[in-house]
Design a protein around this ligand. Structure first.
Ligand SMILES: Cc1cc2nc3c(=O)[nH]c(=O)nc-3n(C[C@H](O)[C@H](O)[C@H](O)COP(=O)(O)OP(=O)(O)OC[C@H]3O[C@@H](n4cnc5c(N)ncnc54)[C@H](O)[C@@H]3O)c2cc1C
Ligand code: FES
Length: 521
């Protein structure tokens, strides 16, 4: 046995495994041909796929098998057991897949299969000759990749105001800012990827206007691009604080890679930071700056951090967690001015700071949609197929407000996985697949050793129930409104989170076809 294979866990699956030892839906971690893989059974079929998620390397053996797919415990990527294809973001690449032979009462892992290929070329009168995607973030990138995976051969252009090719935005406030993720981890794709897939990625080219009558977009630099189908994925922009001193050079916002680079550079020479905003970005930034041993004060309008999204108990716990890591909170107040050495609060209190980070929320970047005359209602209004009020124009990600199949309400969220999945769904619909967007919303946050995953969407919840111990970082939190469960959050209970997702999917499936709150089915 080689030194490499000695580190592999579980049995050598090329030697055969008794079928009786493999219960339906359960996974066996083993290895074959020097690689770690999982063996699982669905009905009469036995599957073998790679054990490591292609997103951040999550352990698929600790995930959940649902029909002929496996879901990752960390951020709920979903892979086909038949082909290894990454069916749902945030996994974008397939996992390897092996041929399994059943002989007698045993299953043997044989040769590796070819990676999931792109689907055959699509053509026909409903397939657009050219697609333009406005936005090179989570949703835009996922849409472009999926168009090619779905067999689209036409002209495909992605126009991004950002100077950087699509990157892992959630990491910007977490490991990258903390200094534990090198910059090589940040791009979603290699430089050659877009060329290889004939995706004409244009960077640093803000789109100024869209003319839906002649199907053309105009860039700020005057260039024009015609399209047959358009996907709008312009994301969101940080809300700017209009207080004296907010434009000073040591005051930072965090949305782009350039923002994060500037913040990292500033953090390396700063000693005292004030973070204005006590929600996700503010708290993640606080935790990352503490990892750099910077003194951190957090200012928040709310009396309890993240109370609107996670409730009093979780918010209160997070506050204590940050305090235990040395963060000082100033809640129920806001900053009224900033100067080179300090931040002044409403009550006149002055906090010394040589670095200020403002994270007071974002606004969907809907200016283009408004200019183009698309229906806008606190976000770009889309139907269940993510199509806007203008046929052939789709809107996805942070800008989109869509009918939530769970409640029938129109919702807009700012989650990475939702943005990517919407991009993927819209890509299919551009090609005429008529797929409803009915994925259950999912987000995660990480602060110190506290990791929370949230499934569903519970705006305006009136009840929370906690099963387990927040302090032990081992619990499930249910969010209800008028007695109805709308979301589940888990802290280090990945499998419970995955099962909650499946439960919500079942509810959606039951609703399917029934008109809800005036929505057409
Ligand atoms: C620091 C940070 C940490 C986060 N952490 C998490 C997390 O842990 N979990 C989670 O679920 N979510 C997280 N989010 C939210 C998540 O990143 C967003 O929900 C997601 O990026 C939205 O994707 P999007 O494609 O809609 O927008 P974006 O990713 O913002 O992309 C928008 C793109 O549109 C471009 N654009 C805008 N206007 C124009 C124009 N006029 N012309 C051309 N291009 C334009 C922009 O340059 C950009 O390329 C985080 C966000 C930030 C900023
Ligand atoms: S590591 Fe698997 S989904 Fe993120």
């Amino acid at each position: 046995m080689s030194a490499e294979s000695a580190e592999l866990e579980g049995p050598d699956l090329t030697q055969g495994v008794a079928l009786s030892s493999l219960a339906e839906g359960e996974m066996m971690l083993g290895h074959a041909h020097g690689e770690q893989l999982i063996l699982t059974r669905s009905g009469q079929e036995v599957f073998a796929v790679g054990a490591v998620c292609s997103h951040y390397g999550g352990p698929l053996a600790s995930g959940l098998v649902v029909d002929d797919t496996v879901r990752c415990p960390w951020h709920h990527a979903c892979f086909s057991l038949r082909t290894g294809e990454a069916l749902r973001a945030p996994g974008l690449d397939p996992v390897p897949c092996w041929h399994v032979e059943q002989s007698g009462d045993k299953a043997f892992v044989r040769e590796k299969l070819q990676p999931a290929a792109r689907r055959p070329s699509v053509a026909g009168p409903t397939v657009p000759g050219s697609v333009v995607i406005v936005g090179g973030g989570a949703a835009g990138n996922a849409a472009a990749e999926m168009l090619r995976r779905e067999g689209y051969d036409g002209r495909l252009t992605m126009l991004s105001a950002d100077q950087s090719a699509p990157y892992d935005r959630p990491n910007l406030s977490k490991n990258y800012l903390a200094g534990s993720a090198p910059e090589e981890w940040i791009p979603l794709r290699t430089a050659g990827f877009y060329q290889e897939h004939a995706i004409d990625l244009r960077l640093g080219v803000p789109v100024a206007a869209i003319d839906t009558a002649i199907r053309q977009v105009r860039l700020v630099n005057g260039e024009r691009h015609s399209y047959d189908a358009l996907i709008l994925a312009t994301g969101a922009e940080p809300v700017r604080l209009a207080i004296p001193g907010a434009e000073l050079p040591h005051v930072h916002y965090l949305r782009t890679l350039a923002d994060s680079r500037a913040l990292v550079a500033a953090a390396s020479v700063s000693k005292r930071a004030v973070v204005i905003g006590a929600s996700f970005i503010g708290l993640e930034v606080a935790a990352s700056l503490r990892a750099r041993d910077i003194d951190v004060h957090v200012i928040g309008r709310e009396r309890c951090p993240m109370v609107k999204i996670l409730g009093n108990e979780v918010g209160g716990y997070l506050q204590k967690l940050h305090e235990a890591h040395g963060v000082t909170f100033h809640l129920g107040t806001t900053a009224t001015s900033i100067d080179a050495q300090s931040v002044v609060l409403e009550n006149g209190e002055t906090i010394a700071a040589d670095l200020v980070v403002i994270g007071v929320g974002v606004r969907p970047a809907t200016a283009l949609a408004e200019q183009a005359g698309l229906a806008v209602d606190r976000g770009v209004a889309v139907d269940q197929y993510l199509q806007t009020s203008v046929p052939g124009v789709y809107a996805v990600g942070d800008i989109a407000r869509w009918p939530d199949p769970l409640t029938g309400e129109r919702i807009r969220v700012e989650h990475w996985v939702v943005a990517e999945r919407q991009g993927q769904t819209a890509a299919g619909n551009v090609l005429g697949r008529r797929r409803r967007f009915d994925a259950v919303p999912f987000f995660w946050t990480e602060q110190y050793d506290f990791a929370l995953a949230y499934v569903g969407h519970a705006e305006g919840f009136d009840e929370t129930e906690i099963d387990g111990a927040l302090s032990g970082h081992d619990c499930t939190i249910s969010f209800r409104r008028r007695g109805r469960k709308l979301a589940t959050a888990v802290v280090h209970r990945d499998l419970v989170g995955l099962r909650a997702e499946v439960e919500f999917e079942k509810v959606i499936a039951q609703h399917r076809g029934k008109p809800r709150n005036g929505e057409a089915s």
